[in-house]
Design a protein around this ligand. Structure first.
Ligand code: NAD
Length: 469
């Protein structure tokens, strides 16, 4: 069943949409005189959510959610008192003075009978149990990537979503980003690159291994029995969960999944093979030198080679590297073809388009704005500056004006548009950009790369490997 047809709200779309738009207008007018939380009147058209996990990413998501009209945070759940204080305080001050704060997820689900959705930003190994319980309770779910650290768990989330008929959005936020959507149009509609032959991408980030500060442990330590109940052996495991195989999938799932997801999306197909390499040698030495109290298990870098057979472009080779020991060059993805290439990144300044001299000019090229980066001169990669339509301005065309607003958000608030897409899908106004099946395909791409690096073997993949039966 598609996202559209299994959606409980489809029948009442028009009335809800009209009401919500009117409500949003009214609250905008009230903003001058009312405290912010009172704008989110708890009526039937307010989406009521529970926020689960207010760590580094949960805080970012929560801050965006608090900017979205007609979404009310009814409950915050986190096992850590530090995160509870942070999340509860943020919501109390700006969205809902009566927010309830929980330490136990099951207690929140049992007590909060009026929620529409939960947002899950806990460590990866918790995504499956938390998502499946929420879906079974009749809630929509926005779950951070990686869907899970095992394929069996990710598959069970797809099955649970289908059985529930509720929405499950996975946090690969580039799917809602108009710059990435623009890249798809450039490559597929305009054939700017011609036939793409090679893709490369990287995420280089310096992530030093340091012990959890003693002050934090003293002030906010979690009792050992609570840690163990939730699968953590110590505070170090709890805080540095990304370095353990039982909780995470290493940098390939953590960072690489965002970008390999883009490879498959823009090539219109999942890969047909992967061969990867990686190890944790540097991280292990660094952990020992700095006395962090554990031995890192997940890799500190991974290099992956994917082969694709793209229905649009033919055979494509893709090289990907993720490195936690240097920030050199940052992060981006490049699609190279026989007519041109497109470099894209969530960091706008890194994006540009290069045309091969031998390629024919496209209809809009005389209007495209130029840019020079690192000695290369090409076109600005921007839906409003590159692929300009003659005589069109944002002032004259409402569609362009709407695009301008989205591009502005995408420049600095990369998760906001993805959350907005989730809430719009709950209202029946949009389709999810990263539903469970798409999240699963990406989980296969990156978890198979890890498997290849661990076994030292190239893995052949078929389309069936990317589908949950
Ligand atoms: N989409 C993105 O760009 C992006 C970026 C960063 C992180 N993430 C994802 O977000 C998730 C969280 O990452 P993070 O960096 O915020 O980690 P984090 O360790 O900073 O935060 C995790 C939070 O979950 C809480 N928690 C742990 N176990 C819990 C339990 N059993 N019940 C309730 N709360 C629990 C912790 O106390 C903490 O507050 C991960 O899945 C990560 O992959 C996504």
């Amino acid at each position: 069943m598609s996202e559209d047809t299994n959606h409980e709200q489809a029948t009442t779309d028009m009335t809800r949409r009209t009401f919500i738009k009117a409500a949003a207008f009214t609250t905008g007018a009230m903003a001058m005189t009312q405290p912010l939380w009172s704008q989110v009147a708890a009526g039937k058209d307010t989406i009521k959510i529970g926020m689960v996990g207010v760590g580094r990413q949960g805080k970012i998501l929560l801050n965006y959610i608090l900017q979205i009209p007609n979404v009310r945070v009814e409950a915050v759940c986190d096992i850590w008192s530090y995160s509870q204080r942070l999340g509860g305080g943020l919501v109390k001050r700006s969205n809902n003075p009566d927010v309830r704060v929980y330490g136990e997820y099951d207690e929140m689900l049992a007590a909060e009978k009026d929620l529409d959705a939960v947002i899950i930003a806990t460590p990866d190994f918790l995504h499956e149990p938390m998502t499946n319980k929420a879906l079974a309770a009749g809630l929509h779910v926005y779950c951070e990537k990686e869907m899970s650290n095992t394929l069996a768990a990710a598959a069970s989330m797809v099955t649970a979503q289908r059985a529930s008929g509720k929405l499950l959005q996975i946090g690969h936020q580039r799917r809602s980003n108009p710059y990435y959507q623009h890249a798809y149009r450039l490559m597929h509609n305009d054939k700017f690159c011609g036939d793409v032959t090679v893709v490369n991408g990287q995420w280089n980030q310096l992530k030093p291994l340091r012990p959890l500060p003693a002050k934090m442990i003293q002030r906010y330590s979690i009792p050992q029995d609570v840690l163990e109940k939730h699968g953590y052996g110590s505070m170090a495991e709890f805080y540095d969960w990304r370095w353990f195989n039982k909780f995470a999938g290493g940098p390939m799932t953590d960072l690489g999944s965002h970008q390999v997801d883009i490879f498959a999306w823009l090539l219109d197909t999942p890969p047909k093979s992967v061969m990867a390499f990686g190890n944790a040698h540097h991280a292990i030495a660094e952990a020992k030198a700095n006395n962090v109290g554990f031995v890192p298990e997940c890799f500190d870098h991974t290099l992956a080679y994917y082969e694709f057979d793209s229905p649009a472009f033919g055979p494509v080779s893709a090289f990907y590297q993720v490195v936690l020991t240097s920030s050199h060059g940052g992060f981006y993805e490049v699609f190279m073809g026989d007519s041109g290439s497109v470099r894209i990144s969530e960091i706008r300044e890194k994006s540009m388009m290069l045309k091969e001299k031998v390629a024919d000019a496209l209809a809009w090229e005389d209007q495209a704005e130029q840019v020079t980066q690192g000695g290369d001169t090409g076109y600005q990669f921007d839906p409003l500056k590159s692929r300009k339509q003659k005589g069109q301005t944002a002032e004259a065309n409402p569609e362009l004006a709407e695009m301008e607003e989205k591009l502005e958000k995408a420049k600095s608030k990369v998760h906001l548009l993805h959350l907005e897409n989730f809430f719009a899908a709950i209202r029946g106004d949009e389709k999810l950009t990263c539903p469970a099946d798409v999240g699963y395909e990406t989980a296969v791409c990156v978890l198979k790369a890890n498997e290849s690096a661990l076994t030292g073997k190239k893995i052949e993949l078929t389309h069936d490997d990317f589908k949950v039966a």
